[in-house]
Design a protein around this ligand. Structure first.
Ligand code: FAD
Ligand code: FES
Length: 275
């Protein structure tokens, strides 16, 4: 059992959870993730390690409520317990060989770029950060990024906050000036694909964090398969971060949506509940 030490709502459908997990915190590195179960019957759901505190023995995750298990998690209050919290899983990201880095986050992708921004600052290599959201209420961690980023650029699709437009609009202006030698983009797949297509024109190394459906998270079930440079990779053990110019985006997007129709129709055999 793992205790939720702190819970904070960041956006209408996103909460930050600070979870007691000393063994995970001790080995966590930016880019890695955990798999949790809300209760003993719960499914295993993966979340990126957004922050960690070795001294306090805590790990922070940002969770967007999109379906059955994330809504179930939203019902657990601060001070409450979840059944388990396993990790750290996946491979850490190392961007330290690059000099001029831009981190681009869309929506919940904030959870992945924040630990990178914080780490790069701690080693004296502060990165530019571009964060985009559909609307003002969905911009998260603005204060945290103001502290961690070299420059912070914000965009909203509807123009309700700072600049109207997409993250790619801002990124393009900087790429035109030759400002970056590495871009890391994390967010919905269409956004990561758009960034990768753009950076390819400028021949700038691009890292993306893939979020395929996962089951075991240990490389055995094959569910999280991604084609990268014509080779089969497993996001849970080989990733979740890969070269954005090498991903087969059409396949990755088709795989993510493969169960959408079934999910809509699914009636749980155990509870009779329609999900
Ligand atoms: C390595 C990794 C890291 C992740 N990090 C985070 C994170 O930091 N914060 C966060 O909020 N979410 C993260 N996710 C996505 C998160 O795991 C899913 O949103 C969650 O499992 C959905 O569970 P559910 O039962 O609530 O939704 P379901 O009822 O299973 O699904 C609801 C809807 O969400 C879609 N969905 C399910 N799983 C995913 C997925 N992996 N990616 C995109 N859409 C999905 C379904 O197709 C469906 O349309 C991550 C996923 C991976 C693989
Ligand atoms: S989740 Fe099973 S192989 Fe990656």
């Amino acid at each position: 059992m793992n205790r939720i030490v702190k819970k904070r709502r960041l956006a209408p459908n996103v909460c930050e959870y600070v979870v007691e997990a000393p063994a995970v915190a001790a080995k966590a590195k930016p880019g890695m993730f955990i798999i949790l179960r809300v209760d003993e019957e719960g499914e295993r759901i993966p979340f990126t390690i957004c922050d960690f505190d070795i001294a306090a023995g805590t790990v922070t995750v940002l969770v967007q409520e999109v379906g059955y298990s994330t809504l179930k998690l939203a019902q657990v209050e601060e001070g409450g317990y979840i059944a388990d919290f396993v990790g750290p899983l996946g491979r850490p990201t190392d961007l330290t060989e690059y000099k001029r880095i831009c981190l681009v986050g869309g929506g919940i992708g904030t959870a992945v770029i924040y630990p990178q921004a914080k780490y790069l600052k701690s080693i004296g290599k502060s990165a530019d950060v571009i964060v985009g959201a559909r609307t003002k209420d969905l911009i998260m961690y603005e204060d945290e990024f103001r502290k961690a980023a070299k420059n912070l650029y914000l965009t909203t699709d509807d123009g309700s906050y700072v600049r109207k437009g997409f993250v790619t609009d801002v990124l393009k202006e900087h790429l035109e000036k030759g400002e970056y030698d590495c871009v890391m983009a994390v967010g919905p797949m269409p956004m990561m694909r758009a960034v990768a297509n753009l950076t390819k024109e400028y021949n700038v190394k691009t890292v993306v964090s893939m979020n395929p459906l996962m089951v075991d998270g240990t490389g055995m079930c094959g569910c999280c398969r991604v084609s990268v440079g014509g080779k089969t990779k497993y996001a849970c053990v080989d990733g979740p971060e890969f070269d954005g110019h090498e991903i087969d985006w059409a396949e990755a997007m088709a795989r993510l949506g493969a169960y959408k129709a079934t999910e809509k129709e699914h009636v749980c055999r155990l509870t009779g509940e329609k999900r």
